[in-house]
Design a protein around this ligand. Structure first.
Ligand SMILES: *[C@@H]1O[C@H](CO)[C@@H](O)[C@H](O)[C@H]1NC(C)=O
Ligand SMILES: *[C@@H]1O[C@H](CO)[C@@H](O)[C@H](O)[C@H]1NC(C)=O
Ligand SMILES: [Zn+2]
Length: 448
């Protein structure tokens, strides 16, 4: 009897599972249109997302090979450059009718930051599309979307027999996420780059949670600052002036006040985070090690602290250098400072690294009109809080706008569960069709 009842229960459990859980799991399951629709922009985007170009071991060879095959299929010219072994750069070209006009360069980095699979809802290199259209993958926003959108937009323009006046290039570069020093930085110094005769460039931007697209006209320049303090050592019990720690702590206090003054402007809504000078402590190094930690009854003769600084192009770097030497780390308090400048801060003529977003820049007007012609809206142009490869091109005086057409999208770059919706991705292709056709048809003299 007991046995029969158990069987009965098991049977009804099985029926329950079958009737309720199975359909549930189907209706809630992710779907992948790869098999039904191999030949679509979405499936090509997914293909690229599945190539593991995350650091520390990005598979550039597979990325270049896939992107090149796409470019060739569309009928474009390709060239592979390699400034550092193992770090290829793919150059794609669509020749314009008038090769003497400065060209348009569309840039996208192939690498991405790492992902921690255990913290993701879906594997970060699955490019899995959920039933509500979210494509989950590391790089889906930063910045593999634009890599494929450039090509898809050109594919569509070519299928409509559009012929560009200006030549269009796409550069797929390595190593942006680790500073670009073996990628874009070397590329801009090459004769191959010079030969492109770039008049205007577009690079990555960021997602926008609202209806409007965001556009970036400058990056902040990153500086590493190390402040070292010296002072007489002494017993831990003794109070005396000018120990190394006291000198460093005074310095930290002054820097904190400056940080507060900048942050207060942001908190008051007067300015954006990216428009102030940010300074954040990142390490402190002091103390005399002992087997169990630190010697507690001794005041050390040396101490140092490290800070991450981000300098907007509107700030005067010389004034900051003076402030550091005179206020933050004065020699009279036994302090020294070291600034590690990670990249350029002024262009070749000594001008701030920013692209004009008013009538003084004809490219800006063409870009802006192309967005509205495609039914899009732009929010107020911004400075990017972090950095991109665009700074290397701005250093040469080339106007660059940072733009990734992702509206109504949470900002998920470098975060867990980075995703992009299929509809947003597809609309981005239309936006680039408008931008590319407008830029390449703009034949007035745009030299600035
Ligand atoms: C500077 O350091 C020296 C020795 O390291 C110490 O004798 C002197 O008092 C210090 N002066 C100041 C202003 O910290
Ligand atoms: C454009 O903006 C720059 C910087 O804000 C300014 O110096 C310049 O006068 C502006 N030019 C025009 C034509 O509005
Ligand atoms: Zn990026």
């Amino acid at each position: 009897m007991a046995n029969f009842r158990l069987h009965c229960r098991l049977f009804s459990l099985a029926v329950f599972l079958f009737l309720f859980l199975f359909p549930l799991s189907f209706s809630h399951s992710q779907y992948d249109d790869d098999e039904s629709d191999q030949n679509s922009p979405i499936s090509r985007f997914q293909h690229y997302l599945r190539i593991k170009t995350a650091h520390p071991d990005p598979d550039y060879a597979s990325a270049v090979s896939f992107l090149e095959s796409q470019a060739l299929e569309i009928g474009l010219h390709t060239k592979i450059l390699e400034f550092v072994p193992g770090k290829p750069l793919l150059l794609v070209t669509w020749n314009g009718l008038n090769p003497s006009l400065p060209s348009i360069l569309l840039n996208s980095h192939m690498d991405s930051v790492p992902a921690e699979p255990s913290k993701w809802l879906y594997p970060p290199f699955s490019a899995l599309r959920t039933s509500d259209g979210k494509i989950f993958a590391r790089g889906s926003q930063d910045d593999k979307c634009i890599a494929i959108q450039y090509l898809e937009a050109i594919r569509n323009l070519r299928s409509r027999n559009f012929i560009p006046d200006r030549t269009i290039h796409i550069s797929y570069v390595p190593d942006e996420e680790i500073g670009g020093f073996d990628g874009a930085s070397k590329f801009v110094l090459s004769k191959e780059f010079k030969e492109l005769n770039v008049g205007f460039m577009m690079d990555e931007g960021q997602a926008s949670p609202g209806d409007e697209f965001r556009v970036f006209y400058a990056d902040r320049s990153p500086w590493g600052l190390i402040i070292r303090a010296e002072g007489a050592p002494g017993h831990g019990s003794r109070m005396y002036d000018n120990s190394a720690m006291e000198n460093l702590m005074k310095s930290v206090e002054i820097i904190s006040k400056f940080r507060e003054s900048q942050f207060d402007m942001v908190k008051a809504g007067e300015t954006a985070n990216s428009e102030v000078i940010s300074v954040n402590p990142v390490f402190v190094n002091a103390g005399i090690p002992s087997p169990t930690g630190f010697v507690m009854n001794m005041q050390p003769s040396e101490a140092e602290a490290g800070f991450d600084l981000r300098i907007p192009p509107t700030a005067d770097p010389d004034a900051i250098r003076r402030r550091i030497v005179e206020e933050w780390a004065p020699a009279r308090r036994n302090l020294t400072s070291q600034i590690i400048e990670k990249g350029p801060i002024r262009d070749y003529l000594g001008r701030p690294l920013m692209t004009m977003t008013n009538d003084s820049n004809p490219w800006w007007s063409v870009f802006k009109t192309a967005i509205s012609d495609a039914g899009g809206k732009l929010s107020r142009p911004e400075i990017l809080a972090s950095t991109t490869d665009a700074r290397f091109m701005r250093q040469l005086g080339i106007p660059v706008l940072g733009f990734s057409p992702m509206s109504n999208t949470p900002i998920l770059l470098h975060e867990h569960n980075e995703f992009l919706k299929d509809t947003v991705f597809l609309r981005g292709i239309k936006i680039y069709e408008s931008i590319i056709s407008a830029l390449s048809s703009f034949v007035a003299d745009a030299s600035q």
